[in-house]
Design a protein. Structure first.
Length: 170
């Protein structure tokens, strides 16, 4: 499983606070918001690479942060992806950045957990990942396939569609 952290926005509503610092790198209780996200990935089995998609303005800052973080937590592997945007006017947006990274890094065949880099939470993502994997296993069972065709359970079809989301170029 890979993780994609979305961190390519410019947070213009928070200016001047974010004029020279990306919102995920702002400190909350002594550590950057993105560290709260990454710390909660501890315990997720089979975690391969954490991709952080950012913009041209803040890519060096995220690279420096990831190197410092990895020196304290060598179990994590990071890859910082610069989406090439230089301002709020030419940014790709969340869906554009997801498509950019998935296409560029050829991630269409692997499980991918996508997290916003400015989310602040304290619960581990290990149970969430375990639940998602269990649902994916259920989907492949004959009983589950029958349930998905049941018009009384459209929420189940929607849930499986979300979990099996595959990206295609448009």
């Amino acid at each position: 499983m890979n993780v994609l952290i979305l961190a390519a926005g410019y947070a213009t509503r928070l200016y001047p606070l974010t004029l020279d610092k990306a919102k995920p790198l702002l400190l909350v209780v002594g550590k950057p918001i993105i560290e709260w996200v990454v710390d909660n990935l501890a315990g997720v089995p089979d975690l391969e690479t954490i991709y952080v998609v950012t913009n041209n303005k803040f890519a060096p800052d995220f690279q420096a942060w990831s190197e410092r973080y990895r020196s304290r937590h060598p179990e994590f592997k990071f890859k910082i992806i610069n989406d090439g945007s230089t301002s709020d006017e030419d940014k790709l947006g969340a869906i554009g950045d997801i498509n950019f990274v998935v296409s560029r890094e050829n991630l269409t065949q692997s499980s991918l957990l996508i997290v916003a880099g400015d989310n602040l939470f304290t619960e581990s993502l290990a149970n969430f990942v375990e639940c998602a994997r269990a649902l994916m296993r259920m989907e492949s069972s004959p009983v589950s396939r029958k349930s998905r065709r049941n018009p009384r359970e459209p929420w189940l079809q929607s849930l499986f569609t979300i979990i099996r989301l595959r990206f295609s170029l448009f």
